[in-house]
Design a protein around this ligand. Structure first.
Ligand code: TYC
Length: 105
């Protein structure tokens, strides 16, 4: 047999090339619990810096309070770094020991 489809050199290969679009990595911003930072201050931070409603801010603050830690947002590296620095600066100014960190998603 000379003309079986498998022998032909011009058979179209059903392989699609997928352009590799690089998505920048995302970072979780995490808020940590402590025994001294007032609940209202944490709620204020979540409303102001993480665009949460008052109800959402209370819910997330209580999650951190009970569980010790919670993700408060997911951002590009630069935005996450800025958010962490803003939280730490506001806490420092009020002398609250509130801690905020970031972690690659
Ligand atoms: N545990 C604090 C208190 O009882 C409240 C608190 C919540 C502190 C969340 C930090 O990230 C935090 N006053």
């Amino acid at each position: 047999m000379t003309n079986r489809p498998d022998d032909r050199e011009d058979v179209d290969l059903a392989v699609k090339t997928r352009p590799k679009t690089q998505r920048p990595p995302l970072y979780k911003v995490l808020l940590l619990n402590d025994d001294f930072t007032p609940m209202e201050f944490v709620v204020h931070i979540l409303e102001r810096l993480f665009s949460m409603t008052h109800a959402q801010a209370i819910e997330i603050m209580l999650t951190v309070h009970r569980k010790g830690i919670a993700v408060v947002g997911v951002y590009s590296h630069e935005i996450a770094e800025t958010k962490v620095a803003q939280v730490m600066e506001l806490a420092r100014r009020q002398q609250h020991p509130l801690q905020c960190t970031m972690e690659k998603e």
